[in-house]
Design a protein around this ligand. Sequence first.
Ligand code: ADP
Ligand code: MG
Length: 252
Amino acid sequence: MTAAEGSLPTPPMIRMAGVDKYFGQLHVLRDINIEVPSGQVVVVLGPSGSGKSTLCRAINRLEPINSGTIEVDGKPLPAEGKALAGLRADVGMVFQQFNLFSHKTIVDNVTLAPVKVRKQSAAEAKKAAMALLDRVGIANQAEKYPAQLSGGQQQRAAIARALAMQPKVMLFDEPTSALDPEMVQEVLDTMAGLAKDGMTMLVVTHEMGFARRAAHRVVFMADGEIVEDSTPNEFFTAPKSDRAKDFLGKIL
Ligand code: ADP
Ligand code: MG
């Protein structure tokens, strides 16, 4: 490596600059500017309807944007085709609804995309899938069908499935909101483990304990805008905006 190359700054893993998004007349993302460096965990908070899901979906282009730029690992989002499939493979996403294939076993859910998209052999994919299921604590459920698992186990399977693509970034959109309360912690613990291992993560959640414990940064959204972007400690002890104070007053 030359000296010039050595001094190149590493691009942030996610970079959104001047991003606007409309649904018809509704302006749902307003001049969004955010950078997530590699290895950072950013928790996105905000009231319902503030644009958190749209923000996540824009990052892997499930929603096209109207203006601005989005880059993942220094590369602008491709509009379509093979490059878009490549981007989707780099950006893992976990939703509130687990979206597992109900007619496939847990291990088959995990191996499907690596075999199809990453062109792994069946044996290779299965070995990797079993290691991932072990990592999320459900290796003993591998041959069962989704309906035979608890909600917490299904969500951990969905996390394993996303990890099987070896993503550079993981996006979580309210991953515990559909779970019975007693299953929330096992999913949050799995996510905290990923964070500890250095995964770059953007997490939309209402779990304030997770935000305090695992987030490097808290981004607070309201009405499509980023209103605050600070450390968890700053945000929870001294929120600057009235909207954040109001939000915290309602949920804490
Ligand atoms: P959040 O995840 O913070 O609850 P969303 O990103 O889901 O917010 O929604 C932001 C706004 O955009 C809301 O007013 C919502 O009703 C609207 N919205 C979301 N998806 C669509 C869509 N596909 N078509 C029209 N409006 C939408
Ligand atoms: Mg949402």
